[in-house]
Design a protein around this ligand. Structure first.
Ligand SMILES: Cc1cc2nc3c(=O)[nH]c(=O)nc-3n(C[C@H](O)[C@H](O)[C@H](O)COP(=O)(O)OP(=O)(O)OC[C@H]3O[C@@H](n4cnc5c(N)ncnc54)[C@H](O)[C@@H]3O)c2cc1C
Length: 391
């Protein structure tokens, strides 16, 4: 039977992925008593935040993300200073697409509106500047020089160290098994029972498992992502001078394809498909789950046609999870019935770069302080016509 821990925390955060870590960091930084609970021993690779690299960019079609990124860059830099650890490499980012695509124009307009340095490249210019990308359909591009790579695993480690240094408590290897709403909220793990003034659920692909006993299910899809690494034919050719890219190639795939310069494994370039197959996070790597590799097949075609300097067969394939909402926007809101239970979910494969501000928003929601951002795009009620029966 779980023993009861006497301390009353200001907040308990469930889940030590990047969103839970940043949330706990904001609590600790503001001198609040915070407990971060993680079901697995840290570090682990079972959720969405592991691995060495993530793309950071301001280039978004949605005005609200570009706006949030301004502060995100500041907090990432602050974290680098506080920890003395480099977490970001300014490799630049190329958004690729067909000239007639509306999204490219919207992104350019949005970057202009926010005063973000960027440049449009026609096909000829792209060929000149990025000779290892072959543009088989006459694609054009928008270049954002502040785009680049975040060092994901290092960021998690640094945040966990800082949370502890600032007086926060992290218990890993403790799965939250039961949540009793109320004031205080009572949380029972596989080991102990705790109480807090508020609870923040940042459980990634496990979010709906925790919400079911709390009477709510969000319209989230959990997708298994095949993370593929492709070998350079000429060693070093996709290293320091190769940018991050995100592109739309509708003749090959309905979702974006993206890539990052080699980092994780020397001479191997990460090129992935921004979509996957539905999967239960507890069965992600289950040998009996029949792997549908259509995504890898279309990546092979992409690499062969667009990146001929890479071997067209992945050398390494790893796994990660996306938790996707219907509009691919985040969910940052209170539980509809329990005011002191806050939910951060549905990061839809693009939440890492935005985690500094996500953590701040979840902190502000649970402290009932003035909100720094308009949360209309992130409210649960936008799904209610879809999902009323389950709320
Ligand atoms: C392959 C891949 C590439 C990506 N690329 C980018 C990118 O380039 N740029 C970008 O910005 N974003 C990117 N993302 C998205 C980004 O990584 C995710 O949005 C982010 O990591 C989500 O973090 P999270 O904390 O919500 O979830 P997670 O990292 O999954 O964390 C949730 C945590 O909760 C824990 N948990 C769950 N249930 C319980 C319980 N009952 N008790 C205790 N703990 C529990 C889990 O064990 C887990 O550690 C990518 C994602 C993937 C998979």
């Amino acid at each position: 039977m779980a023993t009861t821990h006497r301390e009353l925390y200001d907040a308990i955060v469930v889940g030590a992925g990047i969103q839970g870590c940043f949330t706990a960091y904001h609590f600790a930084k503001n001198k609040r008593k915070v407990l971060l609970l993680e079901q697995f021993f840290l570090p682990h690779s079972r959720g969405s935040s592991h691995g060495q690299s993530r793309i950071i960019r301001r280039a978004y079609p949605e005005n609200f993300y570009t706006k949030m990124m301004e502060e995100c860059y500041q907090i990432w830099a602050q974290l680098e200073n506080e920890s003395g650890t480099k977490l970001y490499r300014q490799a630049g980012l190329l958004i690729l697409g067909r000239k007639e695509e509306a999204e490219l124009r919207v992104i350019q307009d949005n970057l202009s509106k926010h005063g973000v340095e960027h440049k449009f490249f026609n096909t000829e210019e792209l060929k000149r500047y990025f000779s290892n990308i072959q543009l088989s359909r006459g694609e054009v591009g928008v270049w954002e020089s502040s785009g680049g790579v975040l060092f994901a695993d290092k960021a998690l480690r640094v945040l966990q160290d800082l949370i502890r240094q600032l007086g926060g408590v992290i218990h890993d290897g403790e799965k939250v098994a039961e949540i009793k709403p109320g004031f205080p909220v009572t949380v029972t793990t596989t080991i102990r029972t705790y109480q807090a003034k508020s609870l923040i659920i940042t459980a990634g692909p496990w979010t709906n498992q925790l919400l079911l006993p709390l009477g709510i299910q969000l319209p989230l899809q959990t997708l298994r992502i095949n993370v593929c690494y492709w070998k350079e034919k000429v060693p070093g050719s996709f290293g320091e001078n190769f940018p991050c890219f995100v592109g739309s190639f509708p003749h090959l795939a309905p979702h974006h394809i993206y890539g990052l310069p080699s980092r994780e494994y020397s001479g191997l370039v990460k090129v992935c498909y921004h979509h996957g197959n539905k999967a239960d996070p507890d069965e992600r790597d289950c040998p009996s789950a029949s792997p549908d590799l259509a995504d890898v097949q279309l990546l092979r075609s992409f690499v062969r046609d667009y990146l001929p300097g890479l071997q067209p067969e992945p050398s390494i394939m790893e796994r990660c999870m996306y938790t996707t909402s219907p509009d691919e926007n985040f969910i940052l809101d209170r539980h509809p019935k329990h005011n002191n239970i806050i939910i951060g979910a549905g990061f839809s494969g693009h939440g890492f770069k935005l985690s500094p501000v996500v953590g701040k928003i979840l902190y502000e929601l649970s402290m009932e302080s003035t909100l720094s951002y308009d949360l209309t795009p992130f409210q649960i009620r936008r799904f209610q016509p879809l999902d009323k029966a389950s709320l």
